[in-house]
Design a protein around this ligand. Structure first.
Ligand code: FNR
Length: 377
């Protein structure tokens, strides 16, 4: 398909779907309650980190090359020995039932259709076994929030292995919950409301720790377990020993931490500030990327997330050395707006714009995007 076709196929199709991120965010605001909407949209504190993520993309500009044959665009990438047709991933996002009753099941169905790897959150509304049953042959990774009770962490890792998940993504920036003013103002905690039950109510080790079978005891047990301020490199090394799956760390921003990750035997990293939801006043993830890429020196894959809301953002992240990018809020808004079809539409639009951007920048293969000239304004 030529680039003209990619654009024109969306014109004259009478689709009512909001095309841009800002439009979609507004449409979702009009559609769902303020509690869940703000939970998804907002960042921690005064939202500097959230703004930094977007601002970082605006600081960079591509200098395209022309007169290259871009009739065939190869957007595929390789991760852990598997080829994927796009450089996109679904970032782990918990508690999808706050956006739509079908929650993660709708998301993984769309992911399977588009052949985009799916990363499931620990705090999902549906269990990893339900996800595996819905998309048995699709590439799925499991995101782990370390538990204060290690046995629960390892029980979940073992279940993920058995359910056919292909990697473990340990999130390291959430040893306690960020200071989220909107959630306090709206008195909205999806954790306390039980939207994150999926992987816990099905975990025998977790369930055996509860004082009784009331829902109060369940939430109490969950809140007591989910944060882990003692998380350390020893835990990372232990995790590496306990699983045969590749282990990725999510939340790396400092090049020295990237080096330590490689020393600890980690197989990949996510450069991420958790979508600006954890530490406020933190560097935008794209701003942190170049130094991390330099430190990693192609030894392991580097995935970037945070503020990737357009196809051109994907191109910029790859030009700065990311192996792939993960998408968070856009697909959650798609889910809230139109369920599975909404998720598919958002990700398809992002991908189509990326493909057009790659062709217009004069690059025909993702593998060559890192050679593009990108300047800081
Ligand atoms: C998240 N994120 C997240 N990360 C994680 O490791 N485990 C999780 O359960 C969640 N949950 C979650 C919920 C919601 C509502 C959002 C918006 C985000 C962070 C996510 O994986 C990713 O880092 C960011 O969403 C990327 O930024 P953008 O794409 O949302 O700007």
């Amino acid at each position: 398909m030529s680039k003209g076709d990619l654009l024109l196929k969306n014109i004259g199709t009478a689709q009512a779907f909001p095309i841009g991120f800002e439009e979609l965010e507004q449409a979702v605001k009009d559609k769902i309650d303020i509690g869940p909407y703000s939970y998804v949209r907002s960042g921690a504190g005064g939202e500097q980190s959230l703004r930094n993520n977007r601002d970082a993309f605006h600081k960079y500009s591509i200098v395209p090359r022309f007169l290259n044959d871009v009739s065939i665009l190869d957007t595929s990438i390789e991760l852990f020995g598997k080829t994927h047709p796009t450089p996109l991933l679904f970032a782990p996002v918990g508690m999808n039932k706050i956006a739509h009753e079908d929650g993660e099941l709708a998301v993984v169905r769309a992911a399977m259709d588009l052949q985009i790897p799916y990363v499931q959150s620990t705090v999902s509304s549906y269990s990893m076994e339900q996800i595996a049953e819905t998309a048995p042959h699709h590439t799925k990774w499991f995101q782990l929030y370390w538990s204060t009770n290690e046995d629960i962490s390892f029980s979940m890792v073992e279940r993920a292995e058995q359910a056919g998940f292909e990697a473990i993504v340990l999130t390291i920036d959430t040893v306690m919950l960020g200071w989220r003013e909107h959630d306090v103002r709206n008195q909205f905690s999806p954790l306390k409301k039980g939207f994150s039950r999926g992987n816990y109510e099905t975990d025998p080790v977790f369930m055996s720790t509860l004082r009784d079978d009331s829902s109060e005891a369940f939430i109490e047990g969950l809140l007591a377990n989910i944060y882990h301020p003692t998380l350390s490199w020893d835990n990372v090394r232990e995790l590496k020993e306990r699983t045969k799956l590749p282990v990725l760390l999510k939340g790396i921003l400092h090049p020295e931490d990237a080096k330590l990750a490689i020393e600890a035997g980690v197989d990949g990293i996510f450069v991420s500030n958790h979508g600006g939801r954890q530490l406020d006043g933190v560097v935008g993830s794209l701003d942190a990327l170049p130094a991390v890429v330099k430190a990693v020196d192609r030894r392991i894959p580097v995935i970037l997330d945070g503020g990737v809301y357009r196809g051109i953002d994907v191109l910029k992240a790859l030009a700065l050395g990311a192996t792939a990018v993960a998408i968070g809020r856009p697909f959650v808004y798609g889910l809230a707006y139109a369920g599975e079809a909404g998720v598919r539409q958002v990700m398809q639009n992002l991908y189509d714009e990326f493909k057009v951007s790659m062709g217009l920048a004069g690059v025909s293969r993702v593998a060559n995007v890192c050679n593009l000239t990108i300047v800081k304004n």
